[in-house]
Design a protein around this ligand. Structure first.
Ligand code: ZN
Length: 158
């Protein structure tokens, strides 16, 4: 990756960290869950309104570091309007992306994969060099999955 591209990615992360999208609780909420990353102190609550298997609305509250806030903000942007299957697929691909396990081409033809959304999320792939930061970036996704599955149990990155 060129220096310029890294700078750009940094700028996107900072922008989302400063001005998070979809911050706050939506008017209608069908699923919610809390997430906690004690290593960094990130806390997040993810709210979803799911109708007929589609994420109609999504929002979040909480406090976290710039990476955690930016990742949550970006996740809410890409998940709005997605089916739960698509959300689940993106979660797995994003997880592979930030943990550096994306060499596998499994699921390359997955009809549920929104390549454009994954491309947007790839700005966070730099965290793979910082294992502590991987938890910051994935906390919101684990929390979203827990909300959808309706466990009701708080999620912890541990
Ligand atoms: Zn963090």
């Amino acid at each position: 990756m060129t220096f310029e591209l890294r700078e750009l990615y940094q700028e996107v992360i900072l922008d989302h960290g400063r001005a998070p999208r979809n911050f706050g609780k939506p008017d209608r909420v069908s699923h919610e869950a809390h997430g906690n990353n004690p290593l960094c102190g990130d806390k997040v609550t993810i709210y979803l309104q799911v109708d007929d298997g589609v994420v109609k609305d999504i929002g979040f509250e909480g406090q976290g570091c710039a990476i955690s806030t930016a990742s949550t903000s970006m996740m809410t942007e890409v998940l709005k309007g997605k089916t739960l299957d698509e959300a689940h697929t993106l979660f797995h691909r994003f997880h592979a992306l930030v943990t550096g396990c994306d060499e596998s081409t499994d699921g390359e033809d997955d009809p549920n994969l929104d390549c454009e959304a994954l491309e947007r999320l790839s700005v966070l792939s730099g965290v793979r060099e910082f294992p502590m930061r991987v938890k910051c970036a994935t906390l919101c996704w684990h929390t979203m999955e827990a909300a959808v599955k309706g466990h009701g149990e708080p999620v912890t990155s541990e």
